[in-house]
Ligand binder design. Structure first.
Ligand code: GLP
Length: 241
């Protein structure tokens, strides 16, 4: 495990973008695993800048998003689909057919999870997975649990997560209670993982992820078992490191 501590959110975002760009330069048909939330927004901004000013080429890149809310339409401003196009895909030269995001509106959600997992496998698995972290240690939407959920699955969101994510919605009642998320096994099968965290409110979750016992009650702790994981933190998130 590598731990990189940066002075600010901006330098954390730039470092992550540089690592991701390096991966694409080495392997133009890279399969990326992508995350949402407020943390990676700075990284996406920097990647868009690199595309516009430095010709970083996404034409052969394939992306899989970690998760999506159940019951939100693609055009809903709070869907992760909308977030990804607004913050990233609309501004780079990625091909639409190379973008994969779970469909939270699928009639048969179980089937959608299987389909998603199948496509990841068919494409040869994820080369580089970007992760954020929830205050309760969740990665993707793998919430604290009694067991690690293996593959893409439907999750019931924790009250704490609903509360944290309600800042993006008009009211807490509007926050979906369920989501589709890649599982721990899906994430752990990625060849490389970069986890980003910023701000003091993530400091405890980061400490437990790095030094705590490897337990499903703190999903990010499983990353201790991955052979190529890099934590990129700003100094507030690294407060207890
Ligand atoms: C959501 C997402 C996660 C993300 C987490 C933290 O619940 N499903 O992928 O890591 O929130 O979000 P933020 O970066 O806004 O703190």
């Amino acid at each position: 495990m590598r731990i990189i501590i940066e002075d600010s959110y901006e330098s954390m975002s730039k470092k992550a973008a540089l690592m991701l760009a390096g991966q694409i330069l080495l392997k133009p048909d890279t399969i990326l695993g992508l995350a949402t939330g407020s943390t990676p927004i700075g990284m996406y901004k920097e990647l868009v800048r690199m595309h516009k000013e430095e010709d970083l080429d996404f034409s052969n890149v394939v992306t899989f998003n970690l998760d999506e809310y159940v019951g939100l339409d693609k055009n809903d401003k709070n869907s992760y689909h909308y977030y990804m196009f607004q913050n990233f895909f609309n501004h780079i030269n990625i091909k639409k057919e190379n973008i994969y995001i779970p469909d939270g509106m699928a009639q048969d959600l179980e089937e959608e999870c299987k389909r998603y997992e199948r496509i990841i496998e068919e494409k040869g698995g994820i080369d580089l997975q970007i992760l954020g972290i929830g205050k309760n240690g969740h990665i993707g939407f793998n919430e604290p649990d009694l067991k690690f959920e293996a593959t893409t699955h439907v999750v019931k969101l924790d009250e704490e997560t609903i509360m944290a994510n309600s800042r993006f919605f008009n009211s807490i009642a509007e926050v979906p209670r369920f989501a589709i998320s890649m599982g721990i096994k899906t994430i752990m099968h990625s060849k490389k993982i970069i986890l980003l965290a910023s701000g003091e409110e993530k400091a405890e979750a980061i400490y437990k992820a790095i030094y705590g016992p490897i337990v499903p009650k703190h999903p990010a702790s499983v990353l201790q078992l991955h052979p190529d994981v890099t934590f990129i933190l700003d100094k507030d998130a690294a407060k207890f490191i």
